[in-house]
Design a binder for this molecule. Structure first.
Ligand code: SF4
Length: 238
């Protein structure tokens, strides 16, 4: 059982609990995309990114095969990363607007980025069993962050569904019926253990499918992060 976020981030990189995902992440790392053929892919579980006293947590889906699985860092080295980090930078949550490689100098400010599944899945689709296998990592992360955590941005309906059971497990009172996902969805959960309330925000995932079609624009994602940063106490109220 990890006692600190640093331990968690180290431990997770050795996990091999999902045979299908272990095989896929390693196959992708061997075969590579032509544009990255000279690079050494990470090919392992991708730890979360950001400080251990974050007030805002971003919950995605899983690392991308040629993004996080290549660079070893969440939301790094692909177009979804460009959109997400630009929106965070615009709201004072990152020190630079780009996320290109693990050594590019990016620092998240008061915010942390995680995923319910830490290995790249085929077609970006983890199975329910893989989601459940990975749940204990998310549960532990939420418990360790609980003293400071005040807001969550969930990128997409899949992450939304995966997050709420983990929040309940980690000490927040999840309303029944469970809040529904939508872009701009907003729910406030009380702490069942005496901590502060947690504001949860829904946002469409910054996948190419959403950004190329205009379903999610830079202004839309920046607006969600503005609200979330305010709720987390990281940005003054407008
Ligand atoms: S998805 Fe999670 S549980 Fe499965 S192998 Fe990767 S880190 Fe381990």
């Amino acid at each position: 059982m990890c006692r600190t976020i640093a331990e968690l981030d180290t431990e997770i990189t050795t996990c091999r609990a999902c045979p299908r995902l272990v095989a896929w992440r390693e196959q992708v790392a061997r075969e590579k995309r032509a544009a990255f053929r000279d690079e050494t892919y990470w090919g392992r579980p991708v730890p979360s990114l950001g400080p251990d006293d974050a007030r805002l947590l971003v919950v995605g889906l899983a690392p991308a095969a040629h993004g996080g699985n290549r660079t070893g860092r969440m939301f790094t080295g692909d177009r979804a990363a460009d959109v997400l980090i630009a929106a965070m930078y615009a709201n004072g949550l990152a020190n630079q607007p780009t996320s290109i490689s693990a050594d590019d100098g990016l620092r998240l400010l008061g915010a942390r980025v995680t995923a319910p599944v830490h290995c790249a899945p085929p077609d970006n689709k983890p199975t329910p069993t893989e989601r459940d296998n990975c749940r204990h990592w998310l549960d532990r992360e939420l418990r360790l962050l609980a003293p400071t955590l005040r807001a969550v941005v969930v990128l997409g309906g899949w992450g939304w569904q995966a997050l709420f059971p983990a929040l309940a497990e980690s000490g927040w009172a999840v309303p029944k019926p469970r809040p529904r996902f939508g872009h701009g969805a907003h729910a406030v959960l009380d702490s069942a253990t005496g901590g502060g309330p947690l504001a949860v925000f829904g946002c469409y995932h910054p996948s190419q499918q959403n950004t190329f079609t205009g379903r999610l624009t830079p202004a839309m994602i920046a607006a969600v992060f503005a609200d979330a940063a305010t709720a987390a106490g990281l940005r003054p109220a407008p």
